[in-house]
Design a protein around this ligand. Sequence first.
Ligand code: GDP
Ligand code: ZN
Length: 458
Amino acid sequence: MRDDTIAAIATPPGEGGVAIVRLSGPEAIAIADRVFRGRTPLRSIESHRLVYGHLVDPATEAVLDEVLVGVMRRPRSFTREDVVELNVHGGRLVARRALELVLKEGARLAEPGEFTLRAFLNGRIDLAQAEATLDVIRAETEAALLAAGRALRGAFGEAVRAVRAALLRLVTRLEVAVDYPEYDEPDVTRAEIAAELEALVGRLRALRGEAALGRLLRDGVPTAIVGRPNAGKSSLFNALAGEERAIVTDVPGTTRDVLEVRLVVGDVVLRLVDTAGIRRSDDPVEAIGIERARKALREASLVLAVVDGARPLSPEDAALLAELRERSAIVVLNKSDLPSVVTPEAVAAHLPSAPVVRVSARTGAGLPALRAAILRVLGLSPEARPEAMATANARHLAALDAALEAVEAARRAAGAGAPEDAVLVDLRQALRHLGAILGEDVDETVIRTIFSDFCVGK
Ligand code: GDP
Ligand code: ZN
């Protein structure tokens, strides 16, 4: 339990119906009592009640505002500490004055995210839930909000805990085998352990897959539009974005900057990048754009390959398509308003795995089909999406990757007949990585970075 009491304005700045000054800590009620005048002092009211009264400056007894005050006694509060919320009239000045009063009476101004940090440190929520708080606040689509809500209620942490429990059971069994070899039944054990490791790898892979989708929902999908000059990349970008954002010209090579637009497709935010076209160039300015385009392509989770459907496929088109074989890609056969020359079969000869969608960036024909294909390729169409999807972030994915790698190493070691303690080293490693998702044994600087993203008062 922290020994100081923190306070902050919990509502956004500006005018509103109500502003809330929140206090948390051992002195929260006592401090609030010194600036509150009501029928009964706050220390004698029941928990989870709102009471009416006045906010006063104790030095002068001057009334600052009418207030409704909520008292949430520990441990039944968000932080598991005593929490007081002063509901004052909305308005910057009133809220600030109320905050100043409680600071003068001994509260300390909270750091960004410090209320949530205390909830985490006091064991009320795990780190993944704390992170999800921010996901809820920042959600840009209905689906992202739902998924963030599930993560906030602990769904993602639960899934991690379930895999961790299975892993822990296996570790315990192996430890027993190491410590009491006389209990060992070699024939059963070897095969069983191999099977359990196999199952664990499968569960971790599935969890990783869901977390990857959860991350796309949370962060948006880095999307690159590629294709040779004049295929219609900028036009498609504009058609999808619904605005003239990129400069469309007839001169090949004029899209020099990499633009990014956040675009909602169904339930997903695409972070769409218009590139300068992937090709060699002697023009240094253009070379910068091309380097950025290459980077955008490398980092993209989705690639829209634009092909001019009204001209024969060029060797350049063919090379680009072949390059996308291992990627989540969609081939956009553009200019469907003109007589078509390129067939989907011709495209499939170079890139058999990708769906091909005919569109006209000029007229907008085919764009709904393209949007549907995007969601399908990502595994995020409403029918295909996991039912209880929760948000996840890059930190979670990195930890899941590391855990998966460790369990795979354990499986290899066990398969090669390594002794139990060797297998255990890898499995304990995996346990640590899964624990880190929930905030166990996590470096303080990591925690600090996570909470520094929060606003004050959260
Ligand atoms: P980029 O170099 O790939 O970005 O191609 P642009 O978007 O700049 O388009 C190149 C040229 O093709 C421009 O003259 C566009 O007007 C034209 N264009 C783009 N999309 C279409 C389309 O769907 N139909 C037709 N007829 N022309 C298009
Ligand atoms: Zn362009």
